[in-house]
Structures are given as C-alpha cells and as structure tokens.
Design a protein around this ligand. Sequence first.
Ligand code: FAD
Length: 401
Amino acid sequence: MDQDFWCEVNPQAADARSRGLLRPQPGDLPDLLGGWCGPRPLRISGGGTSSRAAATGQWTLDLRGSLKQIVWNPDDQTVRFGAGCRMGEVLEALLPHGRTIPAGLSGRPGSGYVLTGGMGPLSRRLGLAVDQVLAFSGVWGGGQPFALSRDLNQGMAEWRGLCGAAPFLGVVSELVLTTHPLEPLWIERSGGGPDQLVDRMAAAEAADSDRSLQWHWGADAELQFLWVSGAEQQGLERIDGLHQLPSLAPSPPGSPRLHGEVVGLLGGAGAEKWRPLVAGLRTLMAQRPHAGCNVACQQLGGATSRIPVETTSFVHRDAVWKPWITAVWPAGDLDARQKSLAWLEQVWQLLNPVCPGVHLAQIHDHLPFHHEELEQAFGAWLPRLRSLKARLDPEGNLPTL
Ligand SMILES: Cc1cc2nc3c(=O)[nH]c(=O)nc-3n(C[C@H](O)[C@H](O)[C@H](O)COP(=O)(O)OP(=O)(O)OC[C@H]3O[C@@H](n4cnc5c(N)ncnc54)[C@H](O)[C@@H]3O)c2cc1C
C-alpha cells in the first residue's frame, strides 16, 4: 500500500524501509505530535517529492490524504490551501479566477516548495513563494497548535522561523497566500555550449526583473537555456501562465529507477566571476558518474532582494543565482551512490566561491554535510532558530537543526 502510494512520485521513498504512513485528520495532529513516542524524527510528506519524505525505520506523516482543500477568497483575492496540495493543483484552482502565484519550474512539488522558500520564473517580479504567505496554521513539533498571520505576527521569531525553516519547527496544515493576476508569459528555449554560459548569465543580470533565465547542464557540452518573460517579445513562444511552462530539461536517459539527492546553492550577482569556473565545471560534467547527474540554475533578484533579511529564514536576499546540483544513481547501487555524492560535493566545492549560500529545499540529515548546509542556509540566524526549535519542538519530533 505504502509502496503504491510512493511509486507515483518518489521511488526513493518507495524503496525506504519506512515504518509506514500516518494519515491523521488535522484535529488529531496536536495529540499525535504531543504524545509521540515512536522513532524520531517523524518525516513529513507535503508533496512527497524530496529524498527524505520517507526514511528507513521512521514514520511519515502524509498530508496528502486529508489536507487537500483549496479555497479562493474573492474579497481579498487570496487562496487558502491545505498543506497536502501540490503547487500545480493550486495553480489550476486559481485559473478560473485569472490569478496565479509564483510557483516553481514544476507543478509537482507540494507545500514544502513554499515552506523552504520557493523560487520560480516569476520570482524576480513577484518574490519568493514564502514572501506571498499571509497566514500559516498547524502544530509545533511539541504538539501546540498555532495560527499566525503576517498582519499580527510578522516580527515574531515564530513567523520568521516558519518562513523558510518550517520543516524543523512544526507541521503546517494550512497556508493563505496572496495571489497575482494571471498574465501570459513569453518563453524562449535554446541550446548552447558551455562557452555561452557566462555571457547569457551576464545578459540576464542586465535584463529587467520581468525576465528570468534558467539553465540546465545535463550533457557533456550542451546546455538548455530557458528565458521566461512577462513582456511580449517578438519571436518568443507565448504560454498562458506557469501552468503551461515546459520542463527545463529532458528526463535522464536509461535507468528506469533512480535515487538521488539535490543540493541548492545561492550566490550574488557577477556572472563574470563564473568564467574561471567553466573549465572546471566542464571537466566535472564529463566525469559525472551517471548520465542523470546534472547542474541547473535559476535566477533571483529584483523582488526577492527587496524583502528585509530579518523578515524570513531565507537570509540570502542578495542572491541572484540559485544553482542546484543533482546527483543520481541506480536504486540500490551503493557504490554508484557514493560516487555520485562525491561528484556532487566536488561540484559544490567548485561553485562555493561564487555561491557560498545554501537553499535548503531538501533536508539531508542522513548525509555528512547536513550541518554545513544548515550553517550556509541560515548563517547568523541559525543560533536563534535553534533556540526557537528547542522551545517549540523540545523532544525533536522533527528533523535536527
Ligand atoms: C520536479 C521538481 C521541480 C522543482 N522545482 C523547484 C523550483 O522551481 N524552485 C524551487 O525553489 N524548488 C523547486 N523544487 C524543490 C522543491 O520545492 C523542494 O524540494 C520542496 O521541499 C519539495 O516539497 P514537497 O512538499 O514536494 O516535498 P516533501 O518531500 O513532502 O517535503 C520536503 C520537506 O519539507 C517538509 N515539509 C513538507 N510539507 C511540510 C509541512 N506541511 N509542514 C512542515 N514541513 C513540511 C518535509 O519535512 C520535507 O523535509 C523542485 C522539486 C521537484 C521534485
């Protein structure tokens, strides 16, 4: 049963020897967390797309069963949705109202997308997904229910913690987001060699915040570039909104059943600083242990940089580039896993001088670099975040911070 549930979205979770799925009603969450005496931490599955949505010997709290409602409020043009919804479902529900949210490159991720920051092609114009949140409700790790709103609670450590570090603090059951008019987008897809990378990034940095560049490097010497623009441009392809965004890259060839890990980095403006790294990246791409290992990147800046650092747990407000490194290997092949993870760390090391920050979109508390990721994700905010966790999740029901 659990296998069938995961197979649809996440073969890695399906293969984990998890204890099983818990599917409480929202009203059961305080007792469940407050009285939890099973193995810790509990895993949370919002959309269930990340590598730690299920783990060997642990239970997963599945939100997809009972937290699926989406309610449009015409009075203030907000959307309230259960934390078991996928971003694609929220986009679809907003279509009839001519509204949208700054979702990411795919509709597959669930509420983890918003809770970990969430950036997409509209973020330069509209901000991060977490910047759209007007209210959260749920239960802290220790079992206390909460309902916080931006109007009343922005400025409190709890609000800041939920905005980008929620997975360590509580189980969010419902979110309210502000929405924006659904407007057509113009996209341009093209291929190109590594020698074009820096020039295209420099052009993107010079472009106004209505445009964003994303790229994907998944073959030795060929990259895919995807421009997304909110302003009509001759020769570009028109789509009706993010719900029609094509995928950035083709699926990895070969192996039907892959496991993997993703590390997201964050770095500031200055495409030229990437130029000396391209040769090294090229070498690492040629040496990647599996054809599905890749590096991709999306552009931030504009609206994402206008939010004060102390408002959310996404502290890298000066970030303009978010490269993410994906390491994959055939399910169950431990030797290949080790090689792919070592490759990921090599790419990370190479990019570190230009991207010293981390976007913690996936939790890696099973990997040796978890603490390094926490430091690089939360910086000077981490000690206060840890105090907050000690108060709100004293037994450590949720992942270690
Ligand atoms: C196909 C694809 C495309 C993506 N594109 C983008 C993109 O364009 N931009 C971007 O920023 N990211 C992107 N991501 C990354 C994705 O947003 C993150 O990995 C996100 O954490 C996934 O959330 P989830 O709910 O699907 O996964 P899950 O595995 O369910 O959750 C991820 C983490 O969030 C925690 N969590 C989930 N829901 C809750 C909750 N309600 N309360 C507390 N904790 C919770 C879980 O404990 C887990 O640690 C993409 C991922 C995929 C698979």
